[in-house]
Design a protein around this ligand. Sequence first.
Ligand SMILES: NC(=O)C1=CN([C@@H]2O[C@H](COP(=O)(O)OP(=O)(O)OC[C@H]3O[C@@H](n4cnc5c(N)ncnc54)[C@H](O)[C@@H]3O)[C@@H](O)[C@H]2O)C=CC1
Ligand SMILES: O=C(O)/C=C/C=C(\O)C(=O)O
Length: 487
Amino acid sequence: MSEHTITVAGVAVDTRHWIGGERVASTQTFPDVSPIDGRTIGEISRGTATEAAAAVAAAKAAFPAWAATSRAERARILHAIADGVEKRIEELAIVETTDNGALLRSHRRGVMPRVAHNFRFFADWLQSLDHEDFDTRGHTNHVSWDPAGPCVLITPWNAPLMLATWKVAPALAAGDTVVLKPAEWSPLTASLLADIAAEAGLPAGVLNIVQGYGSEIGDALTSHPDVRRISFTGSVPTAKRIAASAAANLTPLSLELGGKSPLLVFADADLDLAVDLAVEQYDNAGQVCLAGTRLLVEEPVAEEFTRRFVEKASGLKQGDPRDEATDIGPNIHNLQLEKIDGFVQRAVADGARAVIGGHRRDGQYYAPTLLADVAQDSEIVQEEVFGPVLTLQTFTDEDEAVRLANGTRFGLAATVTTGDPERAQRVTAQLVAGTVWVNCFFVRDLQAPFGGSRLSGVGREGGTWSFDFYCDLKNTVTAPKGWKDHG
Ligand SMILES: NC(=O)C1=CN([C@@H]2O[C@H](COP(=O)(O)OP(=O)(O)OC[C@H]3O[C@@H](n4cnc5c(N)ncnc54)[C@H](O)[C@@H]3O)[C@@H](O)[C@H]2O)C=CC1
Ligand SMILES: O=C(O)/C=C/C=C(\O)C(=O)O
C-alpha cells in the first residue's frame, strides 16, 4: 500500500488524483472530515491549475482512440464497470457514508445499485440511439450523435458517486473523455471509481479524476480551450462563475442547480399519503435538490395535516447513519450547519414559528424543522436551505396554490397531492418545474428528462437528452444515385 493510501472502514482508498491512467500526488493536501464524528479521515491531494492542465491534456490525448472505439466495445467496458460497482457495493456504501454522512442503508440498497444502473443504462441507451432517416426532395437525411471531446464534470457532495456517474456514464458511452472533479467535502468514492474503471479495462486517459477546492482548480478546468463540454451540479452562485469562465470559449454547459420545490396538499387528498410524502422531504438530512421544502396546504385540512405531520415526524430517529434504524443522519459540514441555522434563526427573528425543531443538536445534526407563519417573500421561503428545514403555508383555492407554488426563482420539481385527477391535470399544467409528481415523490427513471427551469438549471439529463448534450449532433444529407441538379 502506498503512503498515499488511507483505510476507510477497512477499505483502501488512494488519496491522489487519477490522471492518464496513473496516480499523481500534489505537493499540498486538504483534510477530508467525516460528518459522523468530525474526525479527519485523511489528507487528499489538493489540485491546482497544474493538475487541471495535465488532466485535460490526458483526456485530449485519449479522445481520438476512444471516440473511434465502437459503440458496442464502449458499452462492453461500461457494463464491466457496472459489474465492478456491483461487486463493491458494500465497500462503496460504507466509504460514502463515512465521507458524506448519508444513510448506509440507502447507499447499500438504493444509491450504489443505482450507480451500477447508471453505467448499464447509458451503455444500452446508446446502442438503441437512432433517428429515423428522412427525405428531402429525394435526398436522405441521416442524424448521428458524434463524440464531442474532453468533458469537465463537476459534482456535489450530497449524492457524490450517484450524481457523478449520471454524467460520467453518458459522457463515456458517447465516446467523450472525462475530467471529473468531485466535491472537496466528499472526494473518496470518485477515487474508488478510478480503480474500478481501470480494472474494467477503460483505457488510460479516458477517465481522469482530480481532487481539490473548486476555487483553486475550478477555473483552470472550466476555462480550458480544449474542453468541449462542462456539466455541473451544485449551487447557483458557483454555476454563474462556471458559466462566466466557460464563456471565454463558448463551451456548452449543462447546469443542474438548486430548488425550493413546493409540495401541494389539496383538501381532497389522501391526508396520510400527503403526510408521508411531506415527512419524506427530510431524507438525506434535507440535502436533496429535489426536496419539496415548501408545504402548501389547503386551509380546511391545514390543522389536521399539521397534527399528523408532527406526530409522524416526531417518530424519526436521528443519529449515526451507519445504524440501520437511523432515518436522518448528520449534515455534511459544520459550515453547512451554520448556514442552515442562520436561515432558521433569521426566519424566527422575522416572525416564523417553529412547529418542530428550529435548533442544532449535539454533533453535526440539525433537528428536523417545520416553520409556520412565514411570508411568501421571506428569505426562508425564497432561498434553498439544503438542510432538514420545511416551511408551511396555507392556501384557499387553486389559483392561490399555483401562485405560491410558482412564486420563487426556482423551478426544479413539484409534488401535488389531490384525489381529483382533473384538478391534478389543471394544476400540473400551470406549474413551472422540470419534474412534477402527482400523489408520489422521487419516482425516478433515467429515461426521463431531469433538470430545472429558471434558476434551477440549464438543460436536461437522462435518456437521449444526455446524449444530445454530450455529442456533436450531425445531419448527413446524401443525394440519390445519379443526382445532378445542384440548384
Ligand atoms: N443542486 C444540488 O444538488 C446542490 C446544491 N447545493 C447548494 O449549494 C449550497 C452550497 O454548497 P457548496 O458545496 O458550496 O456548493 P458548490 O456549488 O460551491 O459546490 C459544488 C461543486 O462545485 C465545485 N466548485 C466550487 N467553486 C467552483 C469554481 N469556481 N469552479 C469550478 N467548480 C467549483 C465544488 O468544488 C464542488 O465540487 C448548498 O447549501 C446548497 O444550497 C450544493 C450541492 C448540491
Ligand atoms: O436521485 C436522483 O434521482 C436525483 C438526485 C438529485 C439530487 O439530489 C441533487 O442533484 O441534489
